[in-house]
Design a protein. Sequence first.
Length: 434
Amino acid sequence: MILRYSRPEMVDIWSAATKFRIWYEIEAHACDAMADLGVIPRENADAVWKAKDVEFDVARIDEIEAVTKHDVIAFLTHLAEHIGSDEARFVHQGMTSSDVLDTCFNVQLTRAADILIADVEALLAALKRRAIEHKETIRIGRSHGIHAEPTTMGLTFARFYAEMDRNLARLRTARDEIATGAISGAVGTFANIDPAIEEHVCEKLGLKPEPISTQVIPRDRHAAFFACLGVVGSSIENIATEIRHMQRTEVLEAEEFFSAGQKGSSAMPHKRNPVLTENLTGLARLCRMAVVPAMENVALWHERDISHSSVERNIGPDTTVTLDFALSRLTGVIDKLVIYPDNMLANMNKFRGLVMSQRVLLALTQAGVSREDSYKLVQRNAMKVWEEGKDFKTELLADEYVLKSLSAEEIEEKFDLGYHTKHVDTIFKRVFGD
């Protein structure tokens, strides 16, 4: 996580100040619930709230931790410095460190998910706008990087919209699954703390009580969360890769917006490079990098160990901050992406009608020619286009064997571009609704 690829709102979730504020709220709400149950005096619970406006001293907590070698104890010691040691003596009653750490971590992940969900919604709006704008803009579809059949730029945007819409649903599910808390005490048995306290704290923090925890919240939840972020990252790369291909000089069907004063190369003044989408490809790799460690965190010893802790201290902030930045950057790329319809048409016609080969093949079979013979007839004319630069339609019209089954008018009709876009409205309704 570096500032170059960070946005303030997401970074703030992972700041030490935010973390300690959440820890404090967990402890204070727990004290309230204990007081309601008569476990601790009400005045002690009320005393904890004296620190509600305190800005906890991160440096002081670090100083205490340097001695205690325990972060939660260091925080509790610092809290007692603010509210008084006698008033603080019931804080953390019956709780264990993971009650604070895990519940806090899930609060942070839930807040991060809210930002990511908003990011995807903004990206979807941009994709939808560009899809509608270029609904009928013809371009060649490619398979294996080779010209296949005509499609539209609008369908390309719509395809990415549908993919990101699925990711939005995944993120909402991931948010729901990670939004649990546990205040269940050592090994999760509630032996020293009433389950009602957990319910109260979770309600105050917008979480659901974990149905059954050990000393930690089960890490399959976190594995699913980070797997979801990895999938979103892969979808970002999918879109970025398409844009990078479209910006290649010999393709140039679209390119990233190139602002006034922007420079593409320190050596070659003519360069306009797809730097943003190349950057997004790299950021997607970082997002996926968290997936395997999160999966490996699921298997812990018995009721707990802390082999997951160092992993999560890194992947929690790094992955959410990186993905937030990447989604925002991609939205900007899509918003300003420069489209070249004339180049799309020129590219499609580069091989002089070759992309209509399937229509001719199907017409021959419908005229009574076997599929094998139809394929041979079409392919031998198509190869003249590849190898000799011939015009596909001209070659078909000169092939006496083709003309035995298809009239010149029937061959001509097979080169109508509108044939390939006749179901665009249907696809758009499937993706965007009416």
